[in-house]
Design a protein around this ligand. Structure first.
Ligand code: 2AM
Length: 185
C-alpha cells in the first residue's frame, strides 16, 4: 500500500488557511488545488510498502513518536517547489517547532527504514502544507507573493499519523494509525 507519515493540523488552523486562500484560489483555476479536507504536513513519504511490513512499521513509528514532546508551530509564508518561477508545488510554510520537527521527520524515516520501508523519494525535509500543484510547472510568483505575509495562529502538534493514499480522480487518504508525541521534551 502507498503510505506516508504526516501531521494533521487542527481544524482552526486549517480554517484560517481556507479563508486566506479562498480569494486567491479563484484567480488560479488552472492549478490543481488540494481539497481542504486532505490538507496535511508530510513528515516522510514512504511510497509502496508491502503489507507484511506494516505491523512492524506501526511499532517503530509509535516508539519514535513517543520520544518527542508535543510541538507548537504556526503556518507562515508561502513558496513553491522547485521555484516560484517554474512551480510544480505551491505551499504554505511552517514556522516554529524548533529543530524538533526536522528530528521528528528524520526519526520517522529511520523507524520506517528499520521496519523495512525505505523512504521512496528522499529530499531535504522542508516542512510545508501543499495547497496546489501544477503539472507542467507554472510561474506562481504572484501567488507566492499574495500569501507571503500569511501568519496563522500557533497550534500544537500532538500526534503523528500513518496515512494510506488511495489514488484516483480525487485522491483519498485513510488513516492507518496515529501515535502521540508522548515525550516530556
Ligand atoms: P507534499 O505534496 O505535501 O510535499 C502523499 O502523497 C504526500 O506525500 C504528498 O502530500 C506529498 O507531500 C508527499 N510526497 C513526497 N514525495 C512524493 C512523491 N514522490 N509522490 C507523491 N507524494 C509524495
Amino acid at each position: 500500500m502507498r503510505l506516508f507519515v504526516a501531521l494533521s493540523p487542527p481544524p482552526e488552523a486549517l480554517a484560517e488557511i481556507a479563508e486566506a486562500v479562498g480569494s486567491v484560489r479563484e484567480r488560479w483555476p488552472e492549478l490543481r488545488w488540494v481539497a481542504p479536507e486532505t490538507w496535511h504536513v508530510t513528515l516522510a513519504f514512504l511510497g509502496e510498502v508491502p503489507d507484511r511490513v506494516v505491523p512492524s512499521l506501526e511499532v517503530r513509528l509509535a516508539r519514535a513518536a513517543g520520544r518527542y514532546a508535543p510541538m507548537t508551530m504556526e503556518f507562515a509564508g508561502a513558496g513553491a517547489f522547485p521555484s516560484p518561477g517554474r512551480a510544480r508545488v505551491f505551499w504554505l510554510g511552517l514556522r516554529g517547532g524548533g529543530p524538533s520537527i526536522s528530528r521528528l521527520a528524520a526519526s520517522m524515516v529511520a523507524g520506517a527504514r528499520r521496519a523495512g520501508a525505505e523512504q521512496a523519494d528522499r529530499k531535504p525535509f522542508h516542512p510545508h502544507l501543499t495547497l496546489a500543484r501544477s503539472r507542467g510547472g507554472a510561474d506562481l510568483g504572484p501567488l507566492t507573493d499574495a500569501l507571503a505575509s500569511f501568519a496563522g495562529t500557533p497550534w500544537r502538534a500532538e500526534a503523528v499519523h500513518l496515512k494510506r493514499s488511495h489514488l484516483g480522480p480525487s485522491v483519498r487518504y485513510e488513516t492507518v494509525g496515529s501515535w502521540p508525541l508522548a515525550g516530556r521534551g
